[in-house]
Design a binder for this molecule. Structure first.
Ligand SMILES: Cc1ncc(C[n+]2csc(CCOP(=O)(O)OP(=O)(O)O)c2C)c(N)n1
Ligand SMILES: [Mg+2]
Length: 331
């Protein structure tokens, strides 16, 4: 993908927005100032943001568990995310979503579930509908290394390949499923090779290098849009924090492994890359960072101050398929 300087700055902005939002939410939880316990993608932003950056208006993204970066890159605001995370009645779902079920179909963000791997058959269904209606839109679906051992993953691989669907499957291989390291999950360190078993193209990229992620995903998106079918893209990455914010940072993972990966911070790498090109200077990047910090602060302040759900205004009987006959209680 040929990116203008403006595109490059926009990409940095999305990376920084994701990092900063997750850091602030995590700090608030740890300081007991927020009930929302994040499962962050800190360290993995080059994958989630970089891949989502390749989509166009009208395309769809299917986030898994730690893809806030995908939602923000596709245009969800910090305010909207935090309203969802805090289950505020003002959120789109009226307080029904948790952050794991968040999404916004008007922005092409398919709503998630907490069941590992379960977003893949849903993404597959959306991809099928796009092909069926002869649309040139594509679906980008995220999943983790752990999810790649689920039946949902294998069904989605087989079906999308056989039906030549416009689906791009992006694996965040962060080497752990909760606290289980990859070597206890599978006999191979590589997930992209599984594509061969389904007659699909499989690609492996450095998930800390956002330029490499953008290049690989952009190619796969173009291929899918042109009717070339699905691609599996494995991104080797690492989460810098615990599985969730209720886990310690060093949750049994070797200290040396953590420090090796922390030295490959995707934001630092991309920042350095931008400055080395000499078309973006330190001042411009600082300006972006200040703007993002202001946006995050305003979004958080709004969402935290928004009214809470109140017990006497529970409307659990609306939005049901079944007619409740106007009854409010004891249904
Ligand atoms: C079907 C299912 N099994 C177990 C869990 C509990 N669980 C939540 S996240 C997770 C780890 C998933 O690992 P991976 O797919 O590698 O994603 P990561 O957390 O590393 O991003 C597990 C086991 C779940 N939510 N759903
Ligand atoms: Mg994982």
């Amino acid at each position: 993908m040929r990116m203008s300087i403006e595109d490059q700055k926009r990409l940095y902005r999305c990376l920084y927005l994701t990092r900063h939002t997750e850091e602030v939410l995590s700090d608030l939880y740890r300081e007991k100032k927020s009930p929302y316990k994040p499962m962050t993608g800190i360290g993995q932003e080059a994958v989630t943001v970089g891949a989502s950056f390749c989509l166009s208006e009208g395309d769809f993204v299917s986030p898994a568990l730690r893809e806030l970066g995908a939602m923000l890159t596709r245009g969800m605001s910090v305010r909207q995310h935090v309203l969802d995370a805090l289950k505020k009645p003002e959120s789109m779902s009226g307080g029904r979503f948790s952050a794991h079920h968040s999404g916004d179909i008007s922005k092409g963000i398919i709503l998630g579930t907490y069941i590992v791997g379960s977003n893949l058959p849903v993404a597959l269904g959306v991809a099928f509908s796009l092909k069926y209606t002869e649309s040139d839109r594509v679906v980008l679906a995220f999943f983790g290394d752990g999810a790649s051992s689920t039946g949902s993953f294998h069904s989605a691989m087989n079906c999308s390949s056989t039906m030549n669907l416009p689906l791009v499957l992006v694996c965040n291989n962060n080497a752990y499923a909760l606290s289980t390291p990859l070597r206890f999950q599978m006999k191979t360190p590589d997930i992209y090779i599984r594509a061969a078993g389904y007659g699909m193209e499989g690609v492996c990229v450095d998930g800390q290098d956002v330029c490499g992620v953008v290049e690989a995903v952009d190619k796969a998106v173009r291929k899918a849009r042109a009717g070339g079918g699905p691609t599996l893209i494995e991104c080797k990455t690492y989460r810098f924090r615990g599985h969730s914010e209720s886990h310690d940072f060093d949750d049994g993972r070797p200290a040396e492994e953590l420090s090796t990966w922390r030295a490959k911070d995707p934001l630092v790498i991309y920042r350095r890359f931008l400055l080395s090109g000499k078309k973006v200077d330190e001042k411009a990047l600082r300006r972006i960072e200040r703007e993002v910090e202001r946006e995050v602060k305003e979004g958080m302040e709004y969402a935290f101050a928004a009214p809470e759900l109140s017990a006497d205004k529970v409307d659990m009987y609306t939005h049901l398929y079944a007619d409740n006959g106007g009854r409010e209680k004891n249904v």
